[in-house]
Design a protein. Structure first.
Lengths: 434, 434
């Protein structure tokens, strides 16, 4: 056994930084009992070292200079918790070049620059831990890299953005509009002043890129992830979905199909009796189906100081275990399979669809619309036509059998051109058994 | 990096053995891509090597002699899948003495003889993998030992016996009697001809002993687990529970309370809107609450050839990763904490309770019963008294606030002695917010 103390430095003393530091201090004893070694927190850097975080720290731990962490020869593991691309990336690269192991929660950075970071880490023989980058405290990275290592991953569905899940849950429970639910989320601190990353599916897409590369042995390919946010979902859609036996969730989907992999983030209707449909509020869950293990699901808090800190510290322990035994690289960083799958073009994706057409309440409308759907190889599974007027027109709701995205987009273009159609057609992709 | 092939031998070619072998053969390529080394299955021993398992094996792999696996100097990892105490234990000890790492799914053996087995493994510097011993394919052992390593575990609730969960789900969905649901489970192969281990909570208690030792750093203490089966649950109880907003599940409970830990398995009423209440049929789930991570839940198949095989092979990979880097012992086997908690006596446990009294439909009955409850420090939260006669008497249902098990047992003794009480009182412990 190697050294019995592993020295840690933290860059970024915000929410997650505070949670991480609290755990390192409060649970130091129980972690040492479990592992047989001591985690020593040596330095914390942040631009603001005067604010009181309610944590009692020893003299000389706080510094405003990241360099005091990055260049301290005694520090084994650097924890990067400032977020964003720069200077986070520069700090991480400098830590790696200084032969320090890195732990980060920075999904945006990893999803976009991760291939380079992992390459650098490999070159310098250090580890990069990123458990906290996806789904907060849920140990989904470890599950994918180790727990399910024996499986080909068939598909993976995730609710991995707490903000949008909170907003959709609220809209579902209270029938409120998107904008009202967003405001509420902002008031409670669940959404940021600029909520773009969360509500437009960008944050989910970052995380999906990370999960998919682990599941399918492909490089991090954020640019290839199709993304669509929740801003266009209306209470009316949620009500129709419920009537049809579905819930609407912002779902990340990764799916192996005929030698390709689908990577997409969009509002999705899921059968209400599926376990993942019952994941509400700020909670996260990931459903993973493997060829051997079958259906599995992992559930927990996807954000917050302590849950994310739990993931950060589990990474620190993991890396520390390797440091002590000279076992760095024990579990390879994302490994690109020679037989790697290609990401499928969105046009080629097949799905079931929910359409909400806005049409004049005149005879023959359904026949015209269903004619166009048929011409585009889209067959109808069920129809709701209630004759209730919304803004002068009548909503006509159609659920389809499996159809091609390309055909669907074509059909909608034709349908929206019909004189009887009064507004742009809304559609939501549907998952579940056909 | 060390050797690039790790040699595996399997003892026991039954259901789980077949699943394990299938995965080792079918997913050999994808596992090698992920790990960078090759898992070679060299030998499989079973008393019956003539039966066709639908798996094509090379010449000379099958043998009837366990010794051909245990004493083969080329084999690195021995997988024990015969179950039971003897000769499984003897095989495992012999493998360990031969300096072979061991992977096993044998919860009965580990729960009762695990302390000795782990001690022997430690002495000989080999690993024992037991992911498959609890909750089949759900990687809960890895989650407890690694994913949540930063947390003090506050409590842990599990549905980890698929057979009894299937029976209770069936009783709930169809209003059937226990005996009918058991027969159905046996017909479908979900229950064995002798179902004692499953329906009496013994199997759940084995698994709880394993989980609790990981969560709380205590030795394996199967004898200290309180256990009670599901044989006395009636459709009537399930109906009353539903009326009160609860489901009845065979729950394993581990809970840290005032420096002690509760370890118990019994039918439990859980609020219907809890996620774990929605885990039905043969599925398993474990809810774990950590001081940092908060609420988490892990869900999947708890049995079956392929799900259990998934866990077995993940252990093989884990150990292989250590073999290659001389990192054996990287994650300590169950480590008994010096500050270890004591198991709380069942008499001292506090819980909410559901009582179903059978009493004559005469005035003053409720007052007599509630008087005795009051005398025993048990306060009533709600009452259902419907006046419907069942076997000449009227069921009176009472839900209590938090009370002590000792007081409850005392109260029931007094109540069952009342002349107006016509049958033994049924009670079920209740979890959830008070």
């Amino acid at each position: 056994m190697g050294k019995d103390r592993i020295v840690v430095g933290v860059i970024g003393f915000g929410t997650v930084g505070s949670g991480t530091v609290k755990i390192l201090l409060d649970n130091r004893g129980v972690i040492a009992e479990r592992t047989g070694f001591d985690l020593v927190l040596k330095r914390i850097s942040d631009l603001d070292i005067s604010r009181d975080r309610g944590i009692r720290l020893g003299e000389g731990i706080l510094t405003t200079k990241a360099g005091d962490v990055l260049d301290d020869s005694e520090i084994d593991i650097v924890v990067e918790l400032i977020g964003g691309i720069h200077p986070a990336k520069d700090f991480i690269i400098r830590a790696i070049e200084n032969k320090k192991h890195v732990v980060t929660a920075n999904k945006a950075l990893l999803a976009t620059e991760g291939n380079e970071i992992f390459r650098e880490a490999g070159k310098h023989g250090v580890e990069v831990g990123f458990e906290a980058s996806v789904a907060g405290g849920i140990p989904i990275i470890k599950v994918m890299r180790e727990g399910l290592v024996a499986n080909r991953i068939l598909n993976m569905y995730g609710i991995i953005n707490g903000t949008s899940n909170y907003i959709l849950s609220r809209m579902t429970d209270e029938g409120s509009e998107f904008s009202a639910a967003l405001k509420e989320a902002q008031k409670l601190g669940y959404a940021e002043a600029d909520p773009t990353f969360d509500i437009e599916g960008i944050d989910s897409a970052h995380k999906l890129a990370i999960l998919a590369s682990l599941a399918y042995g492909i490089p991090l390919s954020y640019e290839s992830v199709y993304k669509e946010g929740i801003t266009k979902i209306t209470p009316q859609d949620i009500e129709f979905a419920s009537e049809l036996g579905y819930k609407i969730k912002l779902l990340t989907i990764a799916k192996a199909v005929n030698g390709e992999v689908e990577l997409r983030v969009h509002p999705t209707m899921i059968p209400s009796d599926y376990l993942i449909s019952k994941v509400d509020g700020v909670f996260n869950a990931i459903y993973v189906e493997g060829d051997a293990v079958g259906s599995t699901l992992y559930y927990g808090r996807g954000a917050g100081d302590m849950p994310t800190g739990s993931a950060i510290v589990s990474d620190i322990v993991d890396i520390a275990r390797n440091i002590r035994l000279n076992a760095t690289g024990r579990v390879p960083l994302i490994r690109t399979a020679p037989s790697g799958l290609k990401v499928r073009k969105m046009d080629d994706v097949e799905s079931m669809y929910y359409f909400r057409f806005s049409a004049l309440d005149s005879p023959g409308v359904l026949s015209k619309i269903s004619g166009i759907l048929g011409d585009n190889n889209i067959s109808i599974a069920s129809v709701i036509q209630k004759g209730r007027r919304v803004g002068g027109a009548v909503p006509l709701v159609v659920l389809t059998h499996r159809a091609k995205e390309r055909d669907v987009l074509g059909a909608i273009r034709s349908i929206d051109d019909l004189p009887v159609v009064t507004d742009k057609t809304h559609f939501i992709r549907v998952e579940g058994k056909e």
